[in-house]
Design a protein around this ligand. Structure first.
Ligand code: GLY
Length: 369
């Protein structure tokens, strides 16, 4: 008899088999659901950093049952994403999220050569953002030449992948230089991580920390904590440097200490009681990282915490209606609303919850490696 997580995975397949039709009919890359319908990103069109999560979700579902409809929908969106190579100006360090999880997943699951080429193209773009003073530049704004962000730890996997594919160590070397900088400059003594650090682009000297998507300067934006947790775990899986594993475990201990009694995740672990916000994407990402940490260390507390997070989402925050797009609710893009919404559905929440369930079921194709 299937267990709870297997039954839920079947519900996810049913939901997205149906709502992928709505996406294809509209011709967009689903960014989030509004009034039960997919909408495209209001920022930078198909070049917005989240575009890879929808095809990633399709590839997760394809990996589970080899249903052609998921492959077809993933490839429809991959074509839109690779068109963005030509536009170029919107692409930033998040080409890891965008292309490893779309074209990279396609190559992993189908051995398609063009998908491999497109993934290598993205890796070269990420390499091009490296500043040899020690970091990968995050964004394109001319006033932010020296900015690096914790989220980039997730994008490093694209570089490690490219070195394995090509036999050229430069990609992995850049990834480890950036990871070492993150270890030194982002990881705080209490096991939390900063979101944005500005460096002098000429010397690499730390200039200052900036407030990002969390409550305020110096607080703990929970999704940033989750990016750090999973990102350092992936860095360890790629580079086998024990310092990255230790960092991931410290970040995990801090994250676990902040899981709410109902299993949901506050948007910022330091947010005021008077202005509480939830970001369930953070919980879903952290559950994925914790499952990998459990696999690496055998520490049961990691798997138990991952299950607490996933159970909280399944018990309270999933929309299973087949006719309404969007599954995970109560996702918050930014503590201080940046226009993307608060307590809403956003597709990367749907993606990471699906990945977490695949890990719990032992069927995850591990698209990050
Ligand atoms: N990487 C940007 C975010 O997590 O919102």
């Amino acid at each position: 008899m299937p267990g709870r997580y297997e039954e839920v995975f079947q519900k996810i397949q049913d939901k997205f088999r149906r709502t992928a039709v709505f996406a294809a009919e509209s011709g967009i890359i689903p960014y989030k659901s509004e009034n039960g319908r997919w909408i495209a990103s209001p920022f930078d069109g198909n070049g917005w950093w989240t575009g890879g999560f929808w095809p990633a979700l399709m590839w997760q579902l394809y990996a589970a049952g080899r249903e052609e409809c998921f492959l077809k929908e993933a490839r429809r969106v991959e074509a839109l994403l690779t068109d963005e190579f030509r536009v170029f100006r919107h692409l930033n360090h998040d080409v890891g999220f965008m292309y490893l999880l779309s074209c990279g997943a396609d190559f992993k699951l189908t051995s398609d050569e063009q998908a491999r080429t497109d993934t290598l193209h993205a890796a070269s773009l990420l390499m091009g953002r490296f500043n040899p003073v020690g970091y990968i530049r995050a964004w394109n704004n001319p006033s932010q030449v020296g900015y690096a962000i914790i989220d980039c730890m997730m994008n490093l996997s694209l570089l490690f992948w490219a070195s394995r594919q090509t036999g050229d160590p430069r990609f992995a070397r850049v990834a480890t230089i950036h990871a070492d900088t993150a270890l030194k400059e982002f990881l705080r003594p209490d096991g939390s991580v900063s979101h944005i650090i500005e460096f002098d682009p000429g010397t690499g000297r730390r200039v200052r920390e900036h407030p990002g998507q969390g409550y305020a300067l110096g607080t703990q934006w929970s999704r940033g904590q989750a990016w750090g947790l999973y990102g350092f775990t992936l860095a360890y899986m790629n580079a086998r440097d024990g310092r990255y594993l230790e960092a991931a475990q410290r970040i995990a201990a801090n994250f676990i200490a902040h899981i709410r009694p109902d299993g949901l995740t506050d948007c910022d672990f330091c947010q005021p009681d008077t202005e509480k916000r939830i970001d369930n994407i953070a919980g879903a990402i952290a559950a994925c990282g914790l499952m990998e940490l459990h696999g690496l260390t055998g520490v049961d507390a990691y798997a138990e915490s991952a299950r607490r997070l996933v159970d909280g989402l399944l018990d309270r925050c999933c929309d299973w209606s087949l006719d309404r797009c969007g599954m995970l609710t109560h996702c918050t893009a930014s503590y201080h609303d940046d226009g993307a919404g608060r307590h809403t559905n956003i597709t990367y929440g749907d993606y990471f919850l699906t990945e977490a369930l695949a890990k719990l079921n032992g069927t995850d194709p591990m698209l990050w490696l």
